[in-house]
Write a protein that binds this ligand. Structure first.
Ligand code: FBP
Ligand code: MG
Ligand code: MG
Length: 347
C-alpha cells in the first residue's frame, strides 16, 4: 500500500484479501473515528478543562481521571454503531453488552498512560478485537480465549502527532492523523522491528521489588561494555505503554513491566485483555516478540476481564535474552564466580 493511503483504503484492501475481516474493519473505523475526537480534546490540553481531575476508583483500583471517563464514553458510543456485541473496558467493572447478536467483542483501554494526563504528556488508547463466544453460563466467555484469537489489535498515540497503529494479522502499520482532512494516512508500512537494540524501558523505581531474573538482567544492562552484554544501554520510560510501544516499533529495544513484590503487583501492573494481548499481537506482526517471562503472551488465556499479566516485549533477540535470565541460564555478572567475567556469558 502506498505511503499516504488512508486507513479506509488499507482496510478495504485487507477485506479484499480476507472477506471474513469485514466486521473487524468496520469496528476499526469506528475506533479510529473516536480516536480523532479524543485527539482533538488532548490537543486542547488545559483549554479543554481539567482533564486530570480525579474521580471514582475503577475496578482495578486506579483513580479515574476526567479524560479516562470522557474517552471511555466516546469509544463505547462509537462501538455502538459497529458490529460489536460486547466490550471489556478498563473503566467498566463488567463486560458491557452493546449489540446482542453481533459477531465481535472488543477489549479496550480507553485512555492509556493516565498519570500523564495532568501534565500534558503522551497518552493513548489500546484495543483488541476478537470473535464473540456464546456461553449463557458465562458473560465473560468471549474474553476467555487466547490472544491468538484476536482478529485485529492496535493503539492510538496522542502525542506531538496522533498515530493509529494497527494489525489485522497481516503486518503492523502506523497511520498518522492528517488534521486537515481528518483522516489517518499510512506513514509506516509493514514494520520490521530490528532484532536487537541498545535501549530498554522499565520503571526502575520498583527495582528493589523485582524478582531475581529481572534484577539480574537490568544489572547486566547497567554494567554496559564492562558487563556480559558487552555494550552500553540507554533507558527510556514514558509512563505510557503506547508511547514506549511505538518507540520500540520504530527504533527497536525492549520494554519490561514484570511482576514484583509489591502487594497487588505479583502479576505486574498491565492488564492482559486490553493492554498486553493487543500489544503482543502488534509486536509479533512487526517481527518482534512478547512474553510474560515464561509464556508467549498470545497463548495466555484470561480467567477474569481485568486480569493482570507481566509483560516483556520488543526486539526478538533482546526478549530471548530476558527469557534466558528467567530460565536461570544468565545470572547477573558478578553474582556468581562462573558468570563474573566479562564476555563469558553473551546474550
Ligand atoms: O506508573 P507506572 O508504574 O510507571 O506504570 C506506568 C504504566 O502504567 C500504565 O499507565 C497503565 O495504563 P493505564 O494508565 O491505562 O492504567 C501504562 O501505560 C504504563 O506503561
Ligand atoms: Mg493502560
Ligand atoms: Mg487506561
Amino acid at each position: 500500500m502506498a505511503i499516504g493511503s488512508t486507513l479506509s483504503e488499507h482496510l478495504d484492501a485487507e477485506v479484499a484479501r480476507d472477506a471474513s475481516l469485514a466486521d473487524t474493519a468496520k469496528t476499526i473505523l469506528a475506533l479510529a473515528a473516536a480516536s480523532i475526537d479524543v485527539s482533538e480534546i488532548c490537543a486542547r490540553g488545559a483549554l479543554a478543562g481539567d482533564l486530570g481531575a480525579q474521580g471514582e476508583t475503577n475496578s482495578d483500583g486506579d483513580v479515574q481521571k476526567a479524560l479516562d471517563v470522557i474517552a471511555h464514553k466516546r469509544f463505547t458510543e462509537a462501538l455502538q454503531s459497529a458490529p460489536v456485541a460486547e466490550v471489556a473496558s478498563e473503566e467498566a467493572d463488567d463486560v458491557m453488552v452493546l449489540n446482542p447478536g453481533a459477531p465481535l467483542a472488543v477489549a479496550i483501554d480507553p485512555l492509556d498512560g493516565s498519570s500523564n494526563i495532568a501534565v500534558g504528556m503522551i497518552v493513548g488508547t489500546i484495543f483488541g478485537i476478537r470473535p464473540v463466544v456464546s456461553d449463557p453460563s458465562d458473560p465473560n466467555a468471549s474474553f476467555k480465549t487466547p490472544g491468538t484469537t484476536q482478529t485485529a489489535a492496535g493503539f492510538t498515540v496522542y502525542g506531538p502527532a496522533t498515530t493509529f497503529v494497527v494489525t489485522l494479522g497481516n503486518g503492523t502499520r502506523i497511520f498518522t492523523l492528517d488534521r486537515t482532512d481528518k483522516v489517518f494516512r499510512l506513514t509506516h508500512d509493514a514494520l520490521k522491528v530490528v532484532a536487537t537494540a541498545n535501549e530498554y524501558a522499565i520503571n526502575s523505581s520498583n527495582g528493589r521489588h523485582w524478582d531475581v531474573p529481572v534484577k539480574a538482567f537490568i544489572e547486566d544492562c547497567l554494567r554496559g561494555e564492562e558487563g556480559p552484554r558487552d555494550r552500553n544501554f540507554n533507558m527510556r520510560w514514558t509512563a505510557a505503554l503506547v508511547a514506549d510501544a511505538q518507540r520500540v516499533l520504530i527504533r527497536g529495544g525492549i520494554f519490561l513491566y514484570p511482576g514484583d513484590g509489591r502487594k497487588g503487583y505479583e502479576q505486574g501492573r498491565l492488564r492482559l485483555l486490553y493492554e498486553t494481548a493487543p500489544i503482543a499481537f502488534v509486536m509479533e506482526q512487526a517481527g518482534a516478540s512478547a512474553t510474560d517471562g515464561q509464556t508467549r503472551i498470545l497463548d495466555v488465556v484470561a480467567t477474569k476481564i481485568h486480569e493482570r499479566s507481566p509483560l516483556v516485549f520488543g526486539s526478538t533477540d533482546d526478549v530471548a535474552c530476558v527469557a534466558k535470565y528467567y530460565e536461570g541460564r544468565q545470572p547477573a555478572a558478578g553474582r556468581s564466580p562462573l558468570f563474573g567475567q566479562r564476555g563469558l556469558m553473551r546474550s
